[in-house]
Design a protein around this ligand. Structure first.
Ligand code: NDP
Length: 401
């Protein structure tokens, strides 16, 4: 039915490539391209051995739009899936505009020299995509991604007005390493060390990093200390659901993780600005990435599960209702299916489903859109089928005041 190029051969790119290859009726031609081609070739060889499906591989440095244009011209895809890093979003969107190709990603653009998570740079492309008749689907992983589709599903089926939204993200897995991040370390550490921020009564409220925390009980896991952090999907959700009075994002962190993080910050290793080292410039956080475990390789001994969902309070037919929708994902099951751990899995599967929605014409309209702006129903159905089943609880205690 369609041809895709996937850029990025990390944990997320690997899962997406596997899942696209497992659905040949939709993805009849797949190209996996990245900066280091050998990583693409290894994934392609694994896919060929497991499913007998051949995928093409290629090299690209997606920091340079002209290289992405050349890549697109070599393969002529319908859709480009950007599963590299957020730094490449704008260069890849420029290349898509130049070549007339549709676009999807899993993380919003951030400038490399400033840890800022804002949609303004990508939303500024809306008119150009509209004029070109091209669709750009932003943030189609789990969070951002599924959490917004879940919110939109709740708004469509269960609420007249959503008033309170808490996105709760727990990783109760154990990878057996003293310290590792579950996705790209540089992006992850930039995200979790920033100041906290949530939406209340029409404005953003800022907190110190990790200042607000409380135990939250996760299904089949139990209570886990959860920390209020800022997360990018809050920005589009409060814009697209203006009845929301308060929107927050909670993530679990273990004490060991937080201690390592504090030390990393205290000794300057989380610094994103270049320093001189033995006559050459290095960026401390990029050097740190080079010595930390590769997130895509964590799967081997990873046990436990993730649990991510939305806890919502609002009004339906004049009555106050509560609703909790969530998915639990086993790291071991994710590894058995795709050779990577649950965090890569919960991101790569929705990216594949978003691409499927596009190729099937269900999520296709000219412009730049966050995922909650499309019909949630076909996407939610596909989550059940492709490895991320979800569950609902109605009128339950949400634990969050
Ligand atoms: P990794 O660091 O494991 O992989 C990133 C891949 O992108 C690598 O193959 C890397 O190549 C490649 N890459 C980096 N820079 C370039 C470039 N300039 N040109 C071409 N390729 C490049 O990251 P993950 O797989 O863990 O994460 C991928 C993306 O998914 C990130 O943007 C992350 O923020 C996002 N994400 C989203 C989530 C969600 O729920 N929405 C959750 C988790 C992640 P090389 O090997 O050469 O460095």
């Amino acid at each position: 039915m369609g041809k895709v190029i996937i850029i990025g051969a990390g944990g997320v790119g690997q899962v997406a490539a596997y899942k696209c290859a497992m659905n040949p009726q939709v993805f009849n031609h797949i190209v996996l391209a990245s900066r280091t081609k050998s990583k693409c070739d290894k994934i392609a060889a694994d896919i060929s051995a497991r499913f007998g499906v051949t995928i093409a591989t290629d090299t690209v440095d997606a920091d340079h739009a002209d290289q992405v244009v050349d890549l697109i011209n070599r393969h002529k895809p319908d859709l480009l899936m950007n599963l590299a890093l957020p730094y490449q979003d704008l260069a890849i969107m420029d290349a898509c505009l130049e070549t007339g190709v549709h676009y999807l990603d899993t993380a919003n653009y951030e400038p490399i020299d400033e840890a800022k998570f804002e949609y303004k740079w990508q939303w500024a492309y809306r008119e150009r995509f509209e004029k070109a008749g091209l669709t750009a689907i932003l943030g189609c992983g789990f969070d951002p991604g599924v959490t917004q589709v879940m919110t939109s599903y709740a708004a469509k089926h269960y609420f007249d007005e959503i008033h309170y939204l808490d996105i709760v993200d727990c990783n109760a897995g154990d990878h057996g390493k003293p310290f590792a991040t579950n996705f790209n370390p540089e992006i992850n550490i930039r995200e979790v060390t920033q100041r906290g921020k949530y939406w209340e009564n029409g404005q953003w409220v800022e907190t110190e990093p990790h200042e607000i925390h409380q135990p939250i009980t996760y299904p089949h896991i139990g209570p886990k200390e959860s920390y209020l952090i800022y997360h990018e999907e809050l920005e589009s959700l409060v814009k697209n659901f203006p009845t929301i009075k308060r929107a927050r994002f909670w993530m679990t962190f273990g004490q060991e993780y937080l201690t390592h993080l504090r030390v990393i910050q205290n000794i300057g290793m989380a610094n994103i600005h270049p320093i001189m080292y033995e006559g050459r410039e290095i960026v401390p956080i990029q050097f740190l990435k080079a010595v930390l475990p590769n997130p895509g390789d964590l799967g081997t001994n990873y046990t436990g599960q993730t649990s991510i969902g939305c806890r919502i309070k609002g009004m339906k037919d004049g009555k106050e209702r509560t609703y909790y929708i969530y998915n639990n994902c086993s790291h071991e099951a994710a590894f058995a299916e795709t050779g990577t751990q649950g965090v890569s899995y919960t991101t790569g599967v929705p990216a594949m489903i978003g691409a499927m929605m596009f190729l099937q014409g269900k999520w296709r309209k000219p412009g730049v859109y966050n995922v909650e702006e499309f019909n949630p129903d076909p996407f939610m159905d596909m989550l059940q089928v492709h490895g991320l089943p979800w569950h609902e609880l109605h009128d339950t205690d949400l634990e969050l005041d």
